[in-house]
Design a protein around this ligand. Structure first.
Ligand code: FCB
Length: 471
């Protein structure tokens, strides 16, 4: 108790979500991608600690055990965020730092770290935009079935309440889940993400439990007095590449977009979603009251956008021309015969660059949901090989990407989309999940030997843009 009281000495109120008149800016990170220190101060293992040890799971066989070293010392991150001049820092908490066994016992030293980050942000005038879950499920919960079982949703709500107890006096902007599509369909469908299971349609069960976990957590946070609670989705415009791909594209749209928005907005899965995901008609899974709980539970919606989904019909010789294409289709169980057909130009991770997709997505999503929107992630993986004389990275391709996507947000706002904030992914070159350290999205480079941080041209561009637009 006395530790909590101490914070009132430097208590400040976070600014919270922007009013919507001017577009705010933010910068994002996620716990597993930057923190390192996987066993420090009583932290329990997460599914990413486990998954990264599997042969072939990560392109460069790396893991997050060092990452950017942000847990040993967050000071330089806080300074970089403050100097960038963003209004919001979007970061996530490691659940197994706080509850090593996933439920029950709370590890106060885990919370101490986030306490320090929150105070460090507030002292510098930055709003902490807190994400409770960015994919690092406590391994103990996975051992009991993970997101395939309902008890994980209940444990998530308890964890949310534990965090609010400690940080709720200072944090105003809460997000429950980051990209539950990835947790469900890459985690339990294609196996590209932890826990690495390939269970086909069972992934839909994970999707429902994630939605339910969000709903239960939002209810607890609201009851505890949280100002504003959102959920972050990787929604995407889905464009059939030819007229005959319209039906498979509709299936992709169901699994990427409607499976989330239906319950959140209407309190229901629509008929087309149930056609590709018949698992969601199981009354043992979707119980009375579940969908009502989820409906209206989000005060704002986070939209992560990198690239549109162009959907074509799969053909027999696809395997020859695109050997990896299959794994992507496995992330859409129930949708038969879809192939993804990204065009050029692309970023280093092979994702098509198309800012018009963001404009369309924001306009459509605002119309569909009526909710205030935050672009919670957008950014580019680049080769970062062009150097300035001082050795820093001259990433004009990333600057172009950000500038054109900012333009798309401005146009969407002009067209009536209520977009409050543009949060760029990401502050630091960090552990990019199954790509390890082979893909760099950071505005700041991180030396893999000594973790020294060096801002790139894109960092200076964003700082300048924020300054100029605030005049
Ligand atoms: C998103 C993730 C984020 C990062 C970017 C590139 O799917 O939320 O952690 O990996 O992609």
């Amino acid at each position: 108790m006395s530790a909590a009281m101490d914070h009132h000495h430097h208590h400040r109120t976070a600014p919270g979500l922007a009013d919507g008149v001017h577009l705010d800016f933010g910068i994002a990170t996620a716990a597993y991608q930057i923190e390192g220190a996987p066993t420090a101060n009583g932290k329990g293992p997460s599914i990413w600690d486990t998954f990264t040890r599997v042969d072939g799971a990560v392109d460069d066989a790396s893991d997050g055990s060092v990452a950017c070293g942000s847990y040993p010392d967050p000071t330089s991150d806080l300074e970089l965020v403050a100097d960038l001049g963003v209004a919001h820092y979007r970061f996530s908490l490691s659940w197994p730092r706080i509850q090593p066994d996933g439920r029950g016992r709370v590890e106060p030293r885990g919370l101490d770290y986030y306490d320090r980050v929150v105070d460090g942000l507030l002292a510098r005038g930055t709003d902490p935009m807190l994400t409770l879950y960015h994919w690092d499920l406590p391994q103990a919960l996975e051992d009991e079935g993970g997101w395939l079982v309902r008890s994980t949703a209940e444990a998530f709500a308890d964890y949310a309440a534990v965090v609010h107890d400690r940080l709720g006096d200072r944090v105003r902007t809460w997000a429950t889940l980051n990209e539950p599509w990835c947790s469900a369909y890459l985690g339990y469908g294609s196996g590209r993400h932890a826990p690495g299971l390939t269970l086909g349609g069972k992934a839909h069960r994970a999707a429902h439990h994630l939605l339910l976990g969000h709903g239960m957590a939002a209810e607890r946070l609201h009851a505890a007095g949280a100002d504003t609670v959102g959920v972050v989705l990787n929604l995407t415009p889905v464009w059939p590449d030819s007229p005959d791909a319209a039906e498979v594209a509709d299936g992709v749209d169901a699994i990427r977009n409607r499976v989330w928005l239906g319950p959140l907005v209407d309190g229901a899965y629509d008929a087309g979603t149930l056609r590709v995901a018949p698992e969601l008609t199981d009354p043992d899974l979707v119980r009375p009251g579940d969908l009502e709980l989820v409906r209206g539970s989000a005060d704002w919606l986070g939209v992560n956008y990198y690239t549109p989904a162009r959907v074509a019909l799969a053909s027999a010789d696809d395997e020859a021309t695109d050997p990896g294409g299959d794994a992507e289709a496995e992330a859409f169980p129930g949708v038969e015969g879809a192939r993804f057909a990204p065009r050029h130009p692309r970023t280093a991770i092979s994702w098509e660059i198309e800012p018009a997709g963001l404009e369309e997505l924001l306009v459509d999503t605002h119309r569909r949901t009526g909710l205030p929107l935050v672009v919670t992630e957008n950014g580019a993986a680049c080769a970062d090989t062009t150097l300035l004389p001082d050795g820093s990275v001259d990433d004009q391709d990333r600057v172009d990407y950000l500038r054109t996507h900012l333009g798309a947000i401005d146009r969407a706002r002009d067209a009536g989309a209520d977009v409050r904030t543009y949060v760029v992914w990401t502050l630091l070159d960090n552990f990019e999940w199954s790509h390890g350290y082979t893909q760099t999205f950071g505005l700041v480079g991180v030396d893999r030997d000594d973790l020294h941080r060096t801002p790139k041209a894109s960092y200076h561009w964003l700082a300048r843009t924020i300054r100029e637009r605030s005049r």
